[in-house]
Design a protein around this ligand. Structure first.
Ligand SMILES: *[C@@H]1O[C@H](CO)[C@@H](O)[C@H](O)[C@H]1NC(C)=O
Ligand SMILES: *[C@@H]1O[C@H](CO)[C@@H](O)[C@H](O)[C@H]1NC(C)=O
Ligand SMILES: *[C@@H]1O[C@H](CO)[C@@H](O)[C@H](O)[C@H]1NC(C)=O
Ligand SMILES: *[C@@H]1O[C@H](CO)[C@@H](O)[C@H](O)[C@H]1NC(C)=O
Ligand SMILES: *[C@@H]1O[C@H](CO)[C@@H](O)[C@H](O)[C@H]1NC(C)=O
Ligand SMILES: *[C@@H]1O[C@H](CO)[C@@H](O)[C@H](O)[C@H]1NC(C)=O
Ligand SMILES: *[C@@H]1O[C@H](CO)[C@@H](O)[C@H](O)[C@H]1NC(C)=O
Ligand SMILES: *[C@@H]1O[C@H](CO)[C@@H](O)[C@H](O)[C@H]1NC(C)=O
Ligand SMILES: *[C@@H]1O[C@H](CO)[C@@H](O)[C@H](O)[C@H]1NC(C)=O
Ligand SMILES: *[C@@H]1O[C@H](CO)[C@@H](O)[C@H](O)[C@H]1NC(C)=O
Ligand SMILES: *[C@@H]1O[C@H](CO)[C@@H](O)[C@H](O)[C@H]1NC(C)=O
Ligand SMILES: *[C@@H]1O[C@H](CO)[C@@H](O)[C@H](O)[C@H]1NC(C)=O
Length: 760
C-alpha cells in the first residue's frame, strides 16, 4: 500500500511537470491566436503554419525566425510588413504563388533558407535583373516543381545570387514535362562562378545538352550535382566535368536515350557538331572556361581518330559516387580507362550494356558496382581485371548464366579478392562449374536466387568466408550427399545461413537422406535455414510442409524399405539371367573364342613359337599330327615312313613345340603353319582333352583362315565303339574322307602311299 501511494505521487508530479513544460514551449507567435503552432527550440522561434488552408499570411511577432507556411493557398509572397525582420527560414512550398516581381524578395535580406517548390511561379518578361539580389544571405534556395518557370529564370537568378553565400540550389522540374528539349547555356551559369555553391539540382528538366564551356562556370566548390531524369545526350560537357575538382556525387540516372559514345565523340571532332547556341550574345573569353577545349585538343584528339580507340575518359578527381541507373546507355563496354580518380560507388543498373568486354582500367578505388538489369549476355575473363577493390557487386537480372557455366576455371571473378557481397539474382543460371568462385575467398554474402539451378556444383569450400547463401526460387529437388557434406564441413568452421524458399523439393526414397539432413539442420546452431517455415516438398503430387516432415520421413522409410527389397530382387534376377546368358554364349562359342583369342595374340606378338623365324607365306610343315600320347608308337612309325622315306615335314608336338610357350598357343601356331592337320583317331584320342582341342582349332582354321579348304585329315588307327564317338568327331567323319590303318604288311604300304598322296 505504501509503495503504491508513493508511485502515484511520483506519477502526478511528473505529469504536472510535463504540462508545465508544454505550456512553456507552445506559445502564440502571431496576432491571429491559435493559427500557428509555435515552438521554441534552443532559442529559435518556429512557427508551423502548414496545412491550414491559409490564403493570407498571418502577422508574425518580430522575434519569430522560422516560418513554415507550406501546403496553404497563398497566391503571393507575404508582405514585408507581415514578416519578422530577423526571419532566416521561410517555407512556402506547395502554395499557389504565381509571380516573382521586382520587389518580391525585398526585406528578406536575412533569409538563409527559402523554399518555393511546388508553386505556379512564372517569370514576367520585364523582371528586374536584381530581383534575387535582395536575398543577400541566402544559402538554400528551392525553386523546384514550378514547371512554368523555365530556364529563362536562370540568367536573372544566377546574376542576382552572384554575391550571395548560396550553397544549395534546387531547380528540379522547372520545365513542363511535355515540350521541346532544353539546353543549359553559358549565360545560365556564368554568374555562379564566384559563388560557393555546393549542390546544384537540375533534374527532370528535359535537358538535352549543356552548352560547350558552360560547365566551366560552375564554381570549384561544387560537390553534388543532380541532372537525373533529363534527356541528356553525350557532349563535350561530360569531359569538362573533369575540371570540377571537388565534385563528389553525381546523379545522372534516368536519361531516355541510347547513343554510342564513340559515334558521338567522333562526330564532335570531325563533323563540328557541337551544339552551338543560336542567339550567341556574349562570347566568353574567360581563361578557365576555355581550358577544357584546349585540354581535349592536345590530349584526346588522336585517340578518338585512331581505329582502335583507347579511351582515357576524364573524370573529376574527387568524384566518389556516380548514379547512371536507367540512363539509356546501350553498347558493349570496350576497353576503357579513366583519369586518376576516387570513384567508389558506380551505379549503372537498368541500362542496355549487353556485353562487358573491358578491361575497365583505373577504377582502383571502386568499392561498389551495380550493373544489374542490363540484359548482359557475356562478360569477358578480364573485364574485372583491374577492379581489385570491389567489395559489393550487383549483377542481378542479366543473362550471365551462359558465361558463368563455361567459366570452368573461375576466370571471370578471379581478380575480385576483396569481394564480400555478390548478387547474381535472376541470371538464368542453370549450372555453375566447380571452380567458378575459386578466388572469392573473402566473399560473405552470395545471392543466387531466381535462377535455374538444380544442384549446387560449385565448390563451397572455395568460399571460405561465406556466411549467407541465398538459393531460393531455383529448381533444386534435393541436395546431393557431397553438397550436404560440404555444408556440414563449412559450418564447422563458421556458421552459415542458407535460404531455400521456393524450390521444388521432392519427398521420395532417393531424397530421404536429404530430408533427414534438413530435419536435423533446422535446429542446428551452425546452419541456419532462413524462412524454414515456408519450405515444402512434393510427395505424390501433394505439398508437404517441412515443419512437420518428421512423420512423413517415417512413412517414407517404410515405403522405401519394401521398395528397396523389390529393387534388390529385380536386379538380382536380371543379373542372374545375364550371367546364365553369357555363360551359355561363351560355352557355345568357346572354340571360336579361344581360336580368335590366340590368333589375335600371336598376330600382335609375332610368331615366335613353332612357326619359326621365316615369315613366308609357305607353310613350315606339311602336316600337323594330332594324337594321343598313348599312340606315340604309331606316330613314330609314321614319322619314319613319311619324313624319312617320302621327305614330308611333319609337326609332332613332342618334338617341334617350343618349350616355354603356352601349349594352347603352340597348337594354334602349329596348325596355322601346317598345310594339313592329321588326326590319329583312337579311343585314346577321344579321351585326350588336348586332342579334342586340336580338332576344334583345326576346324576353326579351316573355316576362318583357309576358305573352307580341306585341312582336316582323319586316320582311324584303332576302332572306336560307335556309341563312344562324340558328336563333333562324328560330324568330321561324315564330312571328310578318312583312312583306316590296316595293320598288316601289304596294307600298310598302300596306306602310307595313300597318306602321302593325301598330304601332298
Ligand atoms: C503542434 O506541433 C506538435 C508537434 O509537432 C503537435 O504535437 C501539436 O499537436 C501541434 N499543435 C497544433 C495546434 O497543431
Ligand atoms: C534581430 O537580431 C538582432 C541581432 O541578432 C537583435 O539585436 C534584435 O533584437 C533582433 N530583433 C528581434 C525583433 O528579435
Ligand atoms: C516574442 O515577442 C513577444 C512580443 O512581441 C513576446 O510576448 C514573447 O514572449 C516573445 N517570445 C520569445 C520566445 O522571446
Ligand atoms: C513544413 O511543414 C510541412 C507540413 O507539415 C512539412 O512537410 C515540412 O517538412 C515542413 N518544412 C520543414 C522545412 O520542416
Ligand atoms: C521591373 O524592373 C524593370 C527594370 O529593372 C522594369 O523595366 C519593369 O517595369 C519593372 N517591373 C515592374 C512590374 O515594376
Ligand atoms: C569573379 O571574381 C573575379 C575577381 O574576384 C572577377 O574578376 C570576375 O569578374 C568575377 N566574375 C564574375 C562572373 O562575377
Ligand atoms: C536521382 O534522381 C532521380 C530522379 O530525380 C531520383 O529518382 C533518384 O532517387 C535519385 N537518386 C539518388 C540516389 O538520389
Ligand atoms: C530526347 O532527345 C532525342 C533527340 O536527341 C529525341 O529523339 C527524344 O525524343 C527525346 N526524348 C524525350 C523523352 O524527350
Ligand atoms: C540506382 O541504383 C541504386 C542501387 O541499386 C539505388 O540505390 C539508387 O537509388 C538507384 N537510383 C536511381 C535513380 O534509380
Ligand atoms: C592506351 O593509352 C595508355 C596511356 O594513355 C597507354 O599506356 C596504352 O599503351 C595505350 N594502349 C593502346 C592499346 O594503345
Ligand atoms: C586464383 O586462385 C588460383 C587457385 O587457387 C590461384 O592459382 C591464382 O593465383 C588465383 N588468382 C588470383 C588472381 O588471385
Ligand atoms: C574443393 O576445394 C578444396 C580446396 O579449396 C579441395 O580440397 C576440394 O578437393 C575441392 N572439392 C571438389 C569437389 O573439387
Amino acid at each position: 500500500m505504501k509503495l503504491n501511494f508513493g508511485m502515484d505521487l511520483v506519477r502526478n508530479l511528473l505529469s504536472s511537470f510535463c504540462v508545465l513544460t508544454l505550456l512553456l514551449i507552445y506559445t502564440d507567435c502571431c496576432e491571429d491566436q491559435n493559427a500557428c503552432n509555435c515552438t521554441v527550440v534552443q532559442g529559435t522561434f518556429f512557427a508551423d503554419c502548414s496545412n491550414l488552408g491559409l490564403n493570407k499570411s498571418p502577422v508574425f511577432w518580430p522575434n519569430v525566425t522560422n516560418i513554415n507556411l507550406s501546403h496553404n493557398k497563398l497566391t503571393y509572397l507575404p508582405l514585408e510588413s507581415t514578416l519578422p525582420s530577423n526571419l532566416t527560414f521561410l517555407d512556402l512550398s506547395y502554395n499557389e504563388i504565381k509571380h516573382i516581381l521586382n520587389k518580391t524578395f525585398k526585406g528578406l535580406w536575412k533569409l538563409s533558407d527559402l523554399r518555393l517548390n511546388g508553386n505556379k511561379l512564372g517569370v514576367p518578361v520585364n523582371l528586374d535583373r536584381n530581383a534575387f539580389a535582395d536575398l543577400e544571405n541566402i544559402k538554400h534556395l528551392d525553386l523546384s516543381n514550378n514547371p512554368e518557370l523555365t530556364f529563362r529564370i536562370m540568367p536573372i537568378l544566377t546574376y542576382g545570387l552572384r554575391n550571395s553565400p548560396i550553397e544549395i540550389l534546387r531547380l528540379n522540374k522547372i520545365h513542363c514535362t511535355f515540350g521541346p528539349s532544353t539546353e543549359l547555356r553559358v549565360d545560365d551559369l556564368r554568374y555562379l562562378k564566384n559563388t560557393s555553391l555546393k549542390e546544384l539540382h537540375i533534374s527532370s528538366n528535359r535537358l538535352e545538352i549543356v552548352e560547350e564551356r558552360a560547365v566551366g562556370y560552375l564554381p570549384q566548390t561544387i560537390k553534388r550535382v543532380s541532372i537525373a531524369d533529363n534527356n541528356l545526350t553525350f557532349g563535350l560537357y561530360l569531359l569538362e566535368l573533369f575540371f570540377l575538382k571537388n565534385l563528389e556525387w553525381i546523379n545522372a540516372s534516368m536519361q531516355h536515350m541510347s547513343h554510342n559514345p564513340r559515334e558521338v565523340l567522333k562526330s564532335f571532332f570531325f563533323f563540328s557538331c557541337n551544339n552551338k547556341r543560336r542567339d550567341n550574345s556574349e562570347e566568353s573569353t574567360s581563361e578557365t572556361a576555355n581550358k577544357p577545349l584546349r585540354y581535349l585538343t592536345n590530349f584526346q584528339k588522336q585517340e578518338f581518330s585512331s581505329s582502335r580507340m583507347n579511351y582515357t575518359f576524364p573524370v573529376p578527381y574527387n568524384l566518389k559516387t556516380l548514379f547512371m541507373n536507367e540512363s539509356g546507355l546501350g553498347y558493349s563496354i570496350p576497353e576503357i580507362r579513366f583519369t586518376r580518380n576516387n570513384i567508389e560507388n558506380l551505379y549503372t543498373q537498368g541500362n542496355s550494356l549487353r556485353s562487358w568486354i573491358g578491361p575497365v582500367r583505373s577504377l582502383e578505388n571502386l568499392k561498389r558496382l551495380d550493373m544489374s538489369n542490363n540484359f548482359c549476355t557475356s562478360v569477358s575473363d578480364y573485364f574485372f581485371q583491374h577492379l581489385n577493390s570491389i567489395v559489393e557487386l550487383y549483377l542481378n537480372n542479366n543473362l550471365l548464366g551462359f558465361s558463368l557455366a563455361s567459366d570452368r576455371e573461375g576466370k571471370i571473378f578471379r581478380y575480385l579478392n576483396t569481394l564480400s557481397h555478390l548478387e547474381l539474382k535472376g541470371n538464368k543460371i542453370a549450372s555453375l562449374p566447380t571452380a567458378v568462385f575459386v578466388n572469392l575467398t573473402n566473399l560473405k554474402y552470395l545471392d543466387l536466387s531466381n535462377n535455374l539451378l538444380t544442384s549446387i556444383d560449385f565448390n563451397i569450400s572455395h568460399l571460405k568466408s561465406l556466411t549467407y547463401l541465398n538459393l531460393s526460387s531455383n529448381q533444386i529437388q534435393y541436395l546431393s550427399d557431397s553438397t550436404m557434406d560440404a555444408f556440414d564441413q563449412h559450418s564447422n568452421q563458421a556458421p552459415i545461413t542458407l535460404s531455400f524458399s521456393n524450390n521444388p523439393f521432392l519427398c521420395e526414397c532417393k531424397t530421404l537422406k536429404f530430408l533427414h539432413w534438413m530435419d536435423q539442420e533446422k535446429n542446428s546452431s551452425k546452419i541456419h535455414l532462413n524462412n524454414f517455415n515456408e519450405y515444402t516438398c512434393r510427395k505424390e503430387g501433394k505439398l508437404i510442409k517441412f515443419v512437420d516432415i518428421q512423420q512423413h520421413i517415417k512413412e517414407l522409410e517404410k515405403e522405401c524399405a519394401s521398395y528397396r527389397t523389390l529393387i534388390f530382387v529385380v536386379t538380382s534376377c536380371i543379373l542372374l539371367f545375364l550371367f546364365i546368358l553369357t555363360t551359355g554364349l561363351v560355352y557355345r562359342y568357346r572354340w571360336r573364342l579361344r581360336y580368335f583369342y590366340y590368333m589375335t595374340k600371336s598376330r600382335y606378338h609375332g610368331y615366335k613359337s613353332v612357326r619359326g623365324e621365316d615369315e613366308q607365306t609357305d607353310f613350315k610343315y606339311d602336316a600337323f599330327v594330332s594324337y594321343a600320347d598313348k599312340d606315340l608308337r604309331f606316330v613314330q612309325q609314321m614319322t619314319s615312313k613319311l619324313e624319312g622315306e617320302k621327305g614330308i615335314r611333319l609337326c609332332i608336338h613332342h618334338r617341334d613345340f617350343v618349350p616355354g610357350y603356352d601349349i594352347a598357343e603352340n597348337i594354334i601356331t602349329a596348325i596355322n603353319k601346317s598345310r594339313k592337320t592329321i588326326l590319329i583317331l583312337s579311343p585314346n584320342f577321344i579321351e585326350s582333352e588336348w586332342c579334342m582341342y586340336e580338332l576344334h582349332i583345326a576346324k576353326m582354321e579351316e573355316i576362318y583362315n583357309r576358305d573352307n579348304e580341306n585341312v582336316l585329315f582323319l586316320i582311324c588307327y584303332e576302332e572306336i565303339p560307335a556309341p563312344k564317338i562324340p558328336l563333333s568327331i562324328m560330324d568330321v567323319i561324315h564330312q571328310k574322307s578318312y583312312l583306316e590303318f590296316p595293320n598288316d604288311e601289304y596294307g600298310n604300304t598302300v596306306f602310307w602311299d595313300k597318306l602321302h598322296a593325301a598330304i601332298v
